[in-house]
Design a protein around this ligand. Structure first.
Ligand SMILES: O=C(O)CCC(=O)C(=O)O
Ligand SMILES: [Fe+2]
Length: 209
């Protein structure tokens, strides 16, 4: 399998060495058939566009999403508790494949649908409290190609990746502590893009309270 690792060159900032963003990009991780099976399955997903509160203001997110996860793996996302829905067949197969290929363990996947280039995701880190310490996040893209930005929280140094259908981006721990990422609007993009981010949550984090 072709495996490409790209990132920042070390950046000297005063007396601190800023390490490059720790990620692995695997182009064409899924075959066309595997991609097609997921795209078909996703037509049945109960994708929703929730209203979230950001800096005290409520607005609809500029994309739609669904959260599939194991029991007791609800997810608090921008102030909204998303209940875990049961795993669909092909999403579950992809989770197994990630475990086989990379020993990548996850217990939930957030699916995002960007209908076209007017839909987007702002700068953020996947650093919610319920994410298991030391865990990686695996992100699979289907459909339209979209730019994916990564920037250092302090230096603001930026890397731009173009993620194509079938590509897998593994964001390694501790990338979420030092870097943010985003999917900017791209008005020339007219086709939908699906993205699956597999995560490992602390089981029972919200149930315990
Ligand atoms: O759509 C993407 O590539 C990114 C999704 C993402 O960052 C997230 O779900 O947290
Ligand atoms: Fe994210």
């Amino acid at each position: 399998m072709k495996q490409v690792k790209i990132g920042f060159d070390d950046v000297q900032l005063a007396n601190t060495v800023v390490k490059p963003a720790p990620y692995t990009l695997i182009r064409s991780y899924l075959t066309n058939e595997q991609q097609q099976a997921l795209i078909e399955e996703a037509k049945q997903y109960p994708l929703a566009r929730p209203a979230v509160t950001v800096y005290g203001k409520r607005h609809l997110i500029p994309r739609s999403q669904a959260w599939f996860a194991d029991k007791d793996c609800d997810y608090l996302y921008s102030g909204l508790l998303i209940k875990a829905l049961p795993w669909p067949q092909y999403a579950a197969k992809l989770r197994q494949k990630l475990q086989r290929d990379f020993s990548f363990v996850s217990n939930g996947v957030l699916v995002n649908l960007y209908q076209d280039g007017t839909e987007s995701m702002g700068w953020h880190s996947d650093d919610e409290k319920e994410i298991a310490a030391g865990s990686d996040i695996a992100s699979l893209t289907l459909g339209a190609s979209r730019d994916f930005f990564i920037r250092h929280k302090v230096t603001k140094e930026k890397v731009v990746l173009t993620l194509n259908s079938g590509d897998l981006l593994i964001m390694h721990w501790p990338m979420q502590s030092n870097f943010e990422h985003s999917v900017p609007k791209r008005l020339r993009v007219k086709q939908p893009r699906l993205n699956y981010t597999f995560r490992q949550l602390i089981v029972g984090f919200h149930q315990a309270k």
